[in-house]
Design a protein around this ligand. Structure first.
Ligand code: BDP
Length: 723
């Protein structure tokens, strides 16, 4: 009987095509798939160009480059690649300037332009033969060049006459993991933390290496391993040994490790009575800790600090300023070349001030008072990673302080891991925003790359969306947000469409039909989520705490500015937050040019209308519709875009592997349901407050308002707290 049922199960499994396919394509390889090139003419051409390689020099980074290049070329061209070991006659040579010998001169590369991370890829001709030369000043530059070259092949590019120079515009390009030591991930929707603290430092998961490869392939050069809501334990020796093991793995890939520093660590793990930054015993404690860290991790990057924010301890507990706190840590890491990334995400419930104004009020007066190795890390918008926010007013307001951008890749407020939202459109909107700090043309990108104010330090951070899910990010398309972040961090002048295109080609297929349809779908996705969640400048109307789903009616959260009603201020007369001179006057925090642009609702397509204005329901919008009708139209437009995304995806069946096709299809079904839920719940609520019916030409909510209000999600993923 028993063996019979086993046989039965085996028979059933054999019938399941998905069983086999799941092994074939599970998303683990990300955009580094290196499958055989399908275009046979191109394959032939690549094969005729590249048969031998030589990577000059010996180092762990060059070994990684060699391994990647060999695996990549052999996979893409389905042929054996010969490593000539020491022969510059190879058809592809990769070498630093110092190892490239005669090639340096003949190549014509201007190494003075390449800095410490940039690279050049050129085709060199000698009579009838030609060869590809990848070069840089440093080993890591060579590795970046190798990844770039493999990308050219993966995207089936013309490599017959290459002349590429690529240099990062921003110095520190960093992922922030909000990972706790017990492996839960605050706002993580892709499983538990990658870092298995229990088995480290002895057990080295292949994932750590593949994580480093993926990051290096897009130029990410730093990672903060731990949650900003920090645990002091990570600064103790047993954990530092584990951190050192990770640092050893990441080092060849040019990735520095950073940790979050809990401000009260001297009390919690140092047995001191105080964490006052002006107290010499506290300063001494940090100096000693830092020395210990650098003994184990000589290239440790430094600290990221969340202080006096959402209950985290900080210098203000001792009546000291944020600068006092940051400078104390900066002094400790300075002898070792470390930096401190001090977060500007602060707001206080004691202050009855509009929450979006508080960080500016707190930090602007401190401009110029931070040490040279401090970066102030500012979230893209003044509130909290909403589907759309105007740019943070601190950008442009602190010319004497290097400001670092913080984007959120994990989709806390953007449908989490079930919604397809291509965030490059959002990132780019922020980077391109003009602060008018030094007149027109003072884009945010120029502030964070340091060029506007001639800053030496520059940085950009992305709150990671990665976990231990087999495909890293849970939603296959969320991989694109990781990818796009890295690409924009390297070069913020890139276009979201170009980034998406090459990501699709590498991740799925070069099939032009698939690429163009998927590209369109991705590019429509950000506006879709804005429309079905928070159109016309609405914000923070998500349900409390887990932020999953709509909750515009919520008015009983712990503090006023955690309540959606605080943000939309809807009543029978109108809706919106007045941030003009008649209201909170948050607009004054922007330079005059930016202020005018933001205030003028018409000029910016009304995208910030209700962020800055409280308006009557009868207000006539640009379309000619009343505000109420426009709100109804936008919510419906959001749902319609999701339907269009589903329709597009349905046409792509058979063009890629069945597993990922089906995964995305099912996720789009969830997104469709959630978009409808958002629209119906929000319109039912706003209809009840405004006393206006939803026009009959629109789908009416499937349920009465009470139904939506009662929905509860006790086990929604990603809820924070640092145990
Ligand atoms: C908010 C998150 C919270 C984070 C906080 C932060 O809800 O979990 O701890 O930001 O950035 O978006 O510190």
């Amino acid at each position: 009987m028993k063996s019979k049922s086993i046989l039965h199960i085996l028979f059933m499994l054999a019938q399941l095509p998905a069983f086999q396919l799941a092994i074939a394509e599970d998303g683990y390889r990300l955009w580094l798939r290196y499958d055989k090139i399908r275009n046979s003419a191109l394959l032939h051409e690549y094969r005729s160009r590249i048969s031998t390689i030589y990577i000059a020099g010996i180092s762990p980074t060059l070994t990684a480059a060699n391994r990647e290049l060999t695996a990549g070329l052999e996979g893409l061209m389905a042929k054996k690649i010969i490593d000539t070991k020491n022969n510059f006659n190879a058809s592809l040579v990769a070498a630093t300037k110092s190892a490239a010998g005669n090639m340096v001169k003949t190549s014509g590369i201007d190494y003075s332009l390449l800095g410490t991370e940039g690279f050049a890829i050129i085709t060199m001709r000698d009579g009838k033969t030609s060869k590809i030369f990848i070069s840089a000043n440093t080993d890591i530059g060579v590795l970046y060049g190798v990844f770039h070259f493999l990308r050219l092949l993966q995207t089936e590019s013309d490599i017959s006459n290459l002349s590429i120079n690529s240099v990062p515009k921003i110095k520190h390009r960093i992922l922030n993991h909000w990972d706790n030591l017990n492996r839960t991930v605050e706002r993580g929707y892709a499983g538990i933390s990658l870092w298995n603290w229990h088995t480290l430092p002895t057990y080295i998961d292949q994932r750590y290496i593949d994580y480093a490869r993926a990051n290096a392939s897009i130029g990410i050069n730093g990672t903060v391993l731990t949650n900003v809501n920090a645990n002091a334990l990570v600064l103790t020796e047993p954990y530092l040994l584990k951190v050192a093991a990770l640092a050893n793995i990441f080092r060849p890939y040019g990735i520095k490790v950073f940790l979050t520093a809990r401000f009260s660590a001297p009390i919690e793990s140092g047995n001191l009575q105080t964490a006052d930054p002006n107290d010499t015993s506290v300063q001494q404690w940090w100096k000693q800790r830092v020395q210990e860290i650098y003994k184990l991790i000589p290239d440790f990057g430094g600290f990221l600090v969340k202080a006096n924010s959402e209950g985290q301890p900080g210098p203000q507990n001792y009546n000291r300023s944020h600068a006092d706190g940051a400078n104390m840590l900066a002094d400790a890491v300075k002898p070792f070349g470390g930096i401190v990334m001090w977060r500007a995400f602060v707001y206080s419930n004691e202050v009855p001030e509009d929450r979006v104004k508080q960080a500016y009020a707190e930090f602007k007066p401190l401009d110029g008072s931070f040490r040279k190795n401090v970066l102030l890390q500012v979230k893209s918008g003044p509130l909290d990673f909403q589907p759309r926010e105007p740019i943070h007013p601190l950008f442009g307001a602190m010319p004497a302080t290097p400001l670092m951008m913080e984007f959120q890749l994990t989709q806390e407020y953007l449908g989490q891991a079930t919604n397809l939202v291509y965030e490059a459109s959002l990132f780019k909107e922020c980077l391109d925003a003009d602060t008018y700090a030094k007149g027109k043309g003072s884009q945010v990108s120029k502030i964070i790359d340091g060029s506007l104010d001639k800053q030496q330090l520059s940085g950009i951070a992305g709150v990671a969306n990665i976990g231990n899910e087999r495909n890293w990010t849970a939603h296959p398309f969320a991989q694109a947000n990781w990818y796009a972040f890295g690409k924009l961090a390297w070069d913020h002048s890139l276009q979201p469409s170009d980034i998406a295109k090459e990501w699709i080609q590498q991740t799925f297929t070069n099939d032009p039909g698939f690429v163009s349809a998927t590209l369109k779908l991705m590019l429509s996705s950000r506006e879709a989520v804005v429309n079905y969640m928070t159109p016309l400048g609405l914000h923070h109307i998500m349900a409390t705490s887990h932020h999953y789903g709509p909750g515009p009616w919520i008015d009983n959260a712990g503090r006023a500015d955690w309540n959606p009603v605080y943000y939309h201020k809807a009543d029978s007369n109108g809706i919106g937050f007045d941030r003009t001179a008649t209201g909170s006057d948050a607009l004054t925090q922007y330079a005059p040019g930016a202020r005018r642009a933001l205030e003028n609702a018409e000029a910016n397509d009304e995208i910030y209308l209700l962020w800055f204005h409280h308006l009557p329901w009868t207000y006539t919008t640009k379309s000619g519709r009343s505000l109420w009708e426009e709100l109804c139209a936008r919510y419906n437009q959001g749902v319609d875009t999701v339907i269009a995304m589903q329709t597009t995806w349905a046409t792509l069946s058979g063009k890629i592997d069945e597993e990922r096709y089906n995964q995305v299809k099912m996720l789009l079904n969830i997104q469709h349901d959630e978009a409808i839920w958002w629209r119906d719940a929000c319109l039912a609520y706003f209809s009840s407050v405004s006393g206006r019916p939803i026009p009959a030409n629109y789908q009416q909510p499937a349920h009465p308002l009470e139904y939506y209000k009662k929905l509860q999600f006790r086990f929604a993923p990603g809820i924070g707290g640092n145990p």
